[in-house]
Ligand binder design. Sequence first.
Ligand code: 5MM
Length: 341
Amino acid sequence: MNLTELNRIATALVAPGKGILAADESSGTIKKRFDAIGVESTEENRRDYREMLFRSNEAMSRYISGVILYDETIWQNAKDGTPLVKLIEQTGAIPGIKVDEGTQPLPMCPGELVTVGLDKLAERLKKYYERGARFAKWRAVIDIGSGIPSMTAISVNAHALARYAALCQAAQIVPIVEPEVLMDGDHDIDRCYEVTSRVLNKTFQELRVQRVALEGMVLKPNMAISGKKCPKQASIEEVAEKTIRLLRACVPAAVPGIAFLSGGQSDEEATAHLNSMHKRGPLPWGLTFSYGRALQAAPQKAWSGKAENVAAGQSAFSHRARMNGLASKGEWQSSLEQKAA
Ligand code: 5MM
């Protein structure tokens, strides 16, 4: 393992002003997104949509440090035959790959899930590296509800995240470690804080036990935030303040970067939260976005599967990428959104 190189990639992924495009929707998830805009989820449509994003040159080269791909996408070529991975590389962004294989019910723990995909992972990583992937992603899902999460769910998911991370580093691939505490439910921000704290502490304990080099990884956490159905929604300031307090308490300074998931926040909330966190620096790690929905909802709508809408889709993507790029430096203002509207 070349730790200097892993650290270089991890640091580049969280460079100020840039963040990660999470375009790794599995077939089921992209179908849901396409259903919402009335587009059939065929292999060609999925390719055309993602090609549109990766050919958004201004957004990609100025605001996107890396792109997380799904297995299908990493092997696909653009319409003109160029591998999509090459399109990404040409913009200066780093190609990455989602390597988990989704979730399964966790035995003996009703309502809880464990992420799977460790079998043959070493072989898969080798092929992805040859194709150009320099980082990977594995997402664990922790739900908050009555009596959950159990310590069992937190433990097995943290163990799998660390097993994955160690395998990645052995394959010279930077692991993005994503333990997502869902924002579904009616819990308040303090309950989210408490659960996320347990999840992060257990995850870092496992990472250490399994000898993962913290300098060669990126953490992709949720923010400390109110559940979607909670009657009392925390303000932007409270989310930023509590998230930074939580991360300072749980994430070692050796970790080069933290890149948030958006988790169902609105586009503008996800941007405003990140921006507000940067007002609370200096911070020991790079802090940016690794958004899926909060970067793609607008371009998906603008594109709606029509070739004549490609420019509109790219412009909507460029706008969100720029807003989040500014937020990653604490330079975003809501007036910039109004001007664009
Ligand atoms: C883009 O969505 C990713 C893949 O999800 P599935 O495996 O469920 O299809 C997802 O892991 C994503 O990278 C993170 O959840 C962050 O995305 P959001 O939309 O929460 O920012």
